[in-house]
Write a protein that binds this ligand. Structure first.
Ligand SMILES: Cc1cc2nc3c(=O)[nH]c(=O)nc-3n(C[C@H](O)[C@H](O)[C@H](O)COP(=O)(O)OP(=O)(O)OC[C@H]3O[C@@H](n4cnc5c(N)ncnc54)[C@H](O)[C@@H]3O)c2cc1C
Length: 397
């Protein structure tokens, strides 16, 4: 890939190691975990041992303290081979709230087990009637002495059935002056009485990734489990997404690359009309368009990651643009890649068939395509502070 020349030697080493690992290990688990909707615990442990999990958890808390681009290189290589299995990197999902807003005690207690692959985290925002509209959540956390009592239901929670730590957004003020106010973030540990998870099955894609409905019935947590400031939960969560959408852009680049490579190989080998498929102009044109979109998408993902690493804070507009565009392009590339495989792409449990199902999630979770467009639009008009609204003054421009 052309953009590789922008990487440091250390980053290339991370990328190559991640590629080797995914190519060697993933084929042993991909079909079975997809078919049986099984989280690959063994694979996750192996990946953690080799340092692929929790790469950007700070060193003092057991991680490697590397930048977002470094961790995204792993995400890209893993998604290139299999999106469902690649979700082993999401076992730290939610820990960003602790890294950015948590107390020293919370960091010391929760981050090291996540970085070592000894514990799994999940982030609980979505509710049955509030997905895109995060401010519409109904889950309550009511103060009772030195504790908060949490009641509510969270929906579609990645790792919800297998997590050790639940990061939960709840309303601490039932009557706030504005609907975005009065929310707070909490850590709930898995064996806390009143916490129940129900695994959701029969997903279209990323079936090796665990998804659950999580119910909180009078779940009591000490006030020390409040993450960040009471009442600031919505804003913390938006900052969280501005960071975590960058890896999603790399998920999209990874799966698009994987699909492109499969299609290219297939077209070189498949005989049609007594010639190789790739010898037909229409095939070459398809591949040319796919590759061009892929390179453009990759650059945008890199730009979002570079920005975050250099500035130390995410840019909402740039992040949304990267997620929106890479996910859109990934749908197109995977769709064309399956087309190149003809009937063989449609049948059975081939990698390209799984990719066709897996890619769909990228325009849904962590902000739907429409929500990303909304954020980009608001950034352009200055309603959300972003480099997109102040192009000329920005140091990277
Ligand atoms: C496999 C999977 C894993 C997930 N993991 C997690 C997780 O770990 N944690 C978590 O909290 N959530 C998670 N989610 C939830 C995910 O983030 C939501 O599904 C997503 O935010 C959309 O919410 P919704 O499904 O309620 O759809 P809705 O918000 O009801 O949207 C329905 C449609 O309306 C569109 N829409 C909504 N508002 C507008 C608007 N203002 N303008 C135009 N169009 C609009 C949407 O774009 C979408 O197309 C996961 C979901 C899935 C499927």
């Amino acid at each position: 890939m052309i953009v590789d020349s922008l990487l440091t030697d250390e980053q290339r080493a991370i990328r190559d190691a991640a590629r080797d690992f995914a190519e060697k290990e993933f084929p042993n688990y991909a079909e079975e975990c997809d078919r049986e909707e099984k989280f690959p615990f063994e694979l996750w442990k192996k990946a953690a041992k080799l340092g692929f999990i929790g790469i950007n958890i700070p060193e003092e808390y057991g991680g490697q303290g590397l930048g977002i681009l470094d961790s995204c290189l792993v995400v890209e290589e893993f998604w290139r081979v299999d999106g469902g299995l690649a979700q082993i990197t999401s076992t730290t999902f939610g820990s960003e709230q602790i890294i950015m807003f948590g107390t020293e005690e919370q960091k010391k207690r929760y981050l090291p087990p996540l970085a070592k692959g000894e514990a799994i985290c999940c982030a609980c925002y979505t509710e049955p009637h509030a997905g895109s509209d995060v401010a519409g959540i109904k889950t309550r956390a009511d103060k009772d002495g030195d504790e908060y009592v949490i009641n509510g239901t969270k929906m579609f929670i990645t790792n919800g059935g297998i997590a050790d730590y639940y990061i939960v957004l709840a309303r601490t003020d039932p009557n706030p002056p504005k609907r975005h106010h009065g929310m707070s973030v909490f850590i709930v540990e898995k064996d806390t009485p009143g916490l129940e998870a129900r695994k959701l099955t029969n997903k279209l894609g990323i079936r090796a990734s665990d998804t659950a409905e999580v119910v909180f019935k009078n779940v009591r947590v000490p006030k020390d489990n409040l993450v960040g400031e009471e009442g600031k939960g919505f804003y913390q969560t938006m900052t969280f997404f501005n960071v975590t959408r960058i890896p999603v852009a790399f998920q999209a680049v990874g799966i698009a690359r994987g699909a492109f490579e499969l299609a290219f190989e297939y077209a070189k080998n498949r005989e049609v009309f007594e010639s190789k498929l790739i010898e037909f102009q229409v095939t070459l044109e398809k591949l040319a368009k796919m590759r061009t979109k892929l390179e453009a998408a990759r650059l945008l993902a890199y730009q979002a990651a570079y920005f975050q690493d250099r500035q130390g804070i995410p840019d909402p507009g740039l992040t949304a643009m990267a997620k929106y565009y890479t996910a859109r392009v990934a749908q197109e590339i995977v769709n064309e890649a399956l087309q190149i495989h003809g009937g063989y792409g449609f049948m059975g449990e081939q990698a390209i068939s799984r990719m066709y199902r897996d890619v769909r999630i990228l325009e849904i979770y962590e902000g739907t395509r429409e929500i990303e467009l909304e954020i980009i639009g608001r950034s352009l008009t200055g309603r959300i502070p972003s480099v997109l609204g102040t192009v000329r003054r920005h140091p990277l421009m």
